[in-house]
Design a protein around this ligand. Structure first.
Ligand code: PMP
Length: 302
């Protein structure tokens, strides 16, 4: 389990994490009616910085809009809360900030509009959810919930039961994580990371209409690859394309960029991280740490 920092933001102020609670009678608990994002906080030469904060906030607000929650969260308020939380804790290493809007109304029934909400932030130690050296994946017996049932592009707590089922099934079968397919058998993503394959020097990844979460790391990697003159195609992908790919990797805030070395007992690139994967991994980690000046605009000083 990751270490959780002991000061959290809730109800407009910083409180001990034990006091940052929502009621058992709230929609957040009853129906998983909360939307969230997890963003990286990285130490720089002159203090802590947050990665792609505006994009995380935009996705959070869009998630709330899809669900039909009424929220009013400005960038100023969001950053202010993040700074208060960071300052209240003693942070020197890379950290993840989980920022959530909860529907806190008590027993309103199954609806979303016009209900009370609250915003929370807590920080926890940044660690990779996949083995750093490379992951072994299994096709999930559970299909990705389609956009017409529970929208994947909305990061809603309740929807993560789907991810829990898939990852637990993979772990029970001796794998590190699952590959979700959509209802017609096309590749979506992992339980909490997006997926790319490399074939003939080009990157391919499921497009935004493939029932995926629109990952911020995914969009960063598409940009980095194009800037490195690597072709990127966003399209519908068959499972067997992964089996015959030259390289496969997963990406996400908590998955960083992790090579995929085996899928359903088939080795990828003879079980070794590929050259394009390694180049992108090095670049992505430099950008995240603010070591590449060309992408400094992605980092906000806290
Ligand atoms: N897909 C799912 C289902 C996820 O939960 C995550 C993690 N947020 C991702 C992809 C990767 O998104 P990001 O790069 O924004 O962390």
């Amino acid at each position: 389990m990751a270490k959780v920092y002991d000061q959290a933001y809730m109800g407009g102020r910083v409180v001990p994490i034990q006091e940052a609670n929502v009621s058992v009678a709230s929609s957040a608990v009853l129906y998983g009616l909360s939307v969230y994002t997890v963003l990286p906080i990285v130490p720089g030469t002159d203090g802590l910085r947050a990665f792609r904060v505006q994009d995380h906030l935009a996705r959070l607000i869009n998630s709330a809009r899809i669900i039909g929650m009424d929220i009013d969260l400005s960038e100023e308020a969001f950053l202010g809360a993040l700074r208060m939380t960071v300052e209240a804790n003693d942070i020197s290493d890379s950290t993840f900030a989980r920022c959530t809007i909860h529907v806190t109304e008590l027993v309103p029934g199954v609806r979303s509009r016009g209900l009370k909400t609250d915003f929370s932030i807590f920080l926890y130690e940044a660690s990779c959810i996949l083995p750093k050296e490379g992951a072994r994946l299994k096709t999930s017996v559970w299909r990705r919930v389609p956009d017409y049932a529970i929208p994947s592009r909305a990061k809603v707590n309740g929807a993560y039961v789907n991810s829990v089922l898939a990852r637990q099934d993979a772990i029970d079968s001796g794998y590190d994580d699952a590959i979700f397919l959509d209802v017609s058998g096309h590749v979506c993503e992992l339980s909490a990371a997006n997926i790319f394959l490399v074939r003939n020097g080009a990157l391919h990844t499921p497009n935004q209409a493939s029932d995926i979460l629109e990952g911020i790391s995914r969009s960063t990697l598409i940009e980095l690859a194009r800037d490195m003159d690597i072709e990127v195609q966003e399209r519908s992908i068959d499972l067997t394309e992964l089996y015959v790919a030259d390289e496969v990797f997963a990406c996400g805030t908590s998955a960083y960029l992790t090579p995929v070395l085996e899928i359903d007992k088939r080795q990828i690139n003879e079980g070794k991280a590929g050259a394009i994967t390694k180049r992108l991994q090095t670049k992505y980690e430099e950008v995240l740490r603010g070591e590449d000046k060309a992408y400094e605009a992605y980092l906000t000083q806290l």
